[in-house]
Design a protein around this ligand. Structure first.
Ligand code: FES
Length: 143
């Protein structure tokens, strides 16, 4: 069990939050244990960014993006998403459990969902033992 709030890195595609209220919440009201990294598209997330978050001591990584058919970069992005998914499998293999990396693909109708998904992710991470297997810079900067 984690005895403090789990540290979460949220990679957010800048287009995926269709409601201005949700985007404002993410931009200005995220709890302090959640660190935001905004990206132009989930397809632009280099796996090294994710590794960097893990080495920085993140208990979990959430990647939020648009549904494939709504992604501004279309098919080119699918390969990148597959790569991220495979990278999460690889991290699992070397000791960072698979359910510490969560994807959330948002739709136009999904207003208010980012708050719920983050709360659920945080609750799930809280039940897991602390992950320090790959952390090399706990307490340091992670961006
Ligand atoms: Fe949002 Fe690609 S533009 S995931």
């Amino acid at each position: 069990m984690i005895d403090h709030k789990p540290k979460i890195i949220l990679f957010q595609c800048q287009w995926c939050l269709y409601s201005a209220e949700d985007q404002t919440w993410v931009d200005t009201q995220l709890p302090v244990n959640i660190h935001l990294v905004k990206v132009p598209c989930t397809g632009r997330i280099n796996t090294l960014y994710v590794l960097n978050a893990v080495q920085g001591g993140a208990d979990g990584v959430m990647i939020s993006g648009c549904l494939p058919e709504q992604c501004h970069f279309k098919e080119g992005n699918l390969g990148a998403r597959r790569q991220l998914d495979q990278f999460a499998d690889f991290l699992d293999h070397i000791g960072y459990e698979r359910n510490r990396v969560r994807f959330t693909w948002l739709d136009l109708q999904d207003r208010g969902r980012i708050q719920r998904d983050l709360a659920q992710f945080e609750a799930d991470l809280t039940k897991m033992p602390k992950s320090e297997a790959l952390a090399t810079r706990v307490g340091g900067h992670h961006d």
